[in-house]
Design a protein around this ligand. Structure first.
Ligand code: NAD
Length: 420
């Protein structure tokens, strides 16, 4: 029996399970399958040594969690100081609902290493990535579990993972990871996919609200892959991106920031800090700015009962995974904010990751136009399904999205049956 105190307990896991419990409450599902889905099916904890540039050896802790194995699993790799088994488990669970909601042939997984990537040199990052990959090789594979980038991992990290895995197999296996460079079998449009997808979903929601995106004010927390591309795409649609932030703090310009210039600035200076054409603001102030669209695109648990009342937007588009608590959800909904839930809003990344995997398996590559059109079609359909379900069930978009995703996973488990 799974005890009350499990190894994968964490605030994010508790929140994801509470969301799950709330969604299944309203569905008539096999209780045995429901119970099974509250727990991770397979988890691996590894510790491994890395030689640092100063010649000393440091030991790191890493994880790979596969939430459920009804389908091959898929999910990102995170490098962050707060990575724990509990956080990775929660993120793997969210991936399961996300893939099912979108209709991708995957269940959810997630991985990560507890480290401070800012303090690692490129050479250290490479050694850490290669050794971590070697330690989890028994768990990943193109037919079983396919990693991708997440916080502080990127195309280069995926290239090292692919190379390490391929060295062990004795031949190139590009399809073992997605989000890798195009030169080794990556997909066009993958880098931009999550942010682009966020904006496709925002566009559908704006139609629903009768909101004109041209001139709409947007505020974005996080200026990495998801945040910067979302900002760029919103600016392209005519939105005024009035504030953005990264780990060091925020920037505000009521006239609208020049996003392209900002991206170039970050390329050269690594952080937003010091950008001249804006005034600095704190993390707290960013969330309180009056705006039309707020996009959390950094960490989980950012919008809570502590700051939700002060949030002043019409649309909350969750670029990050698990950025809002259930209490914050309720407060925002009472204020009339439409919340576009993470498993729908940021699904563009895993959709194009799926395209990349399919292209690698077929050794046949698509054009950027084909990729973006297919991405848009899939996300628009998912948005409409979620909206219709929320309307039919008289519930909010998050519950509707979870109900669709969970319902599909339960059905897959039901038809496969219980082994032995
Ligand atoms: P990233 O590492 O490229 O960027 C993260 C950004 O957040 C950086 O700008 C960092 O400085 C900033 N940040 C960190 N802590 C912060 C804080 N306390 N306040 C403000 N900013 C802070 O990561 P990413 O790939 O853009 O991922 C961001 C989020 O999107 C994560 O929650 C991730 O799980 C989710 N996500 C990413 C993808 C993807 O394809 N990369 C897909 C789906 C969901």
């Amino acid at each position: 029996m799974v005890g009350e105190k499990t190894e994968w307990e964490s605030p994010l896991y508790q929140m994801v399970v509470r969301q799950f419990n709330k969604a299944v409450e309203r569905m008539k599902l096999d209780p045995g399958i429901v119970e099974r889905l509250r727990y991770p099916q397979r988890s691996l904890i590894v510790t491994f040594p890395v030689k640092m540039d100063n010649g000393q050896v440091e030991i790191f802790e890493g994880y790979r969690v596969q939430h459920t194995l009804s389908m091959p699993t898929k999910g990102g790799i995170r490098y962050h100081q707060e990575v724990t088994l509990g956080e990775i488990t929660a993120l793997a669970m969210l991936m399961t609902w996300k893939c099912a909601l979108i209709g991708l042939p995957f269940s959810g997984a997630k991985g990560g290493v507890r480290c401070n990537p800012e303090q690692l040199s490129m050479a250290e990052l490479e050694r850490l990535t290669r050794r971590y990959t070697a330690e989890i090789t028994s768990m990943i594979g193109p037919d079983s579990d396919i990693p991708a980038p997440d916080i502080s991992t990127n195309e280069q990290v995926m290239a090292w993972m692919m190379d390490t895995y391929s060295q062990q197999k004795g031949h190139a296996v590009p399809e073992v990871v997605t989000g890798k460079p195009v030169s080794i079998g990556g997909s066009l449009g993958r880098y931009e996919a999550t942010g682009r997808g966020v904006v496709y979903v925002i566009t559908e929601a704006a139609k629903l609200l009768g909101m004109n995106l041209n001139g709409a004010r947007a505020v974005i927390q996080g200026f990495g892959n998801v945040g910067s591309i979302t900002a760029k795409q919103l600016a392209k649609m005519g939105c005024k991106v009035i504030a953005v932030s990264d780990i060091k703090g925020g920037l505000y310009n009521p006239k609208g920031l020049d996003v392209k210039d900002l991206i170039n600035y970050v390329k050269q200076n690594q952080f937003l800090k010091g950008y001249p054409q804006a005034e600095p603001i704190t993390h707290e102030e960013l969330f309180e700015l009056p705006c039309d669209i707020l996009v959390p695109a950094a960490l989980s648990n950012q919008i809570t009962e502590k700051n939700a009342l002060k949030i002043n937007c019409r649309l909350l588009a969750e670029g990050a995974d698990g950025p809002s608590t259930l209490e914050a959800d309720q407060i925002l909904r009472d204020k009339g904010v439409l919340i576009l839930p993470d498993i729908l809003c940021n699904a563009g990344g895993v959709i194009v990751s799926y395209f990349e995997w399919v292209q690698d398996l077929q050794n046949y590559f698509w054009t950027l136009k084909q990729i973006n059109n297919r991405l848009r079609r899939i996300l628009t359909r998912a948005f409409r399904n979620v909206y219709e379900r929320s309307h039919r069930e008289k519930t909010n978009m998050r519950m509707a999205a979870l109900m669709i995703g969970i319902g599909r996973v339960v059905e897959a488990k039901r038809v496969r049956g219980l082994y032995p």
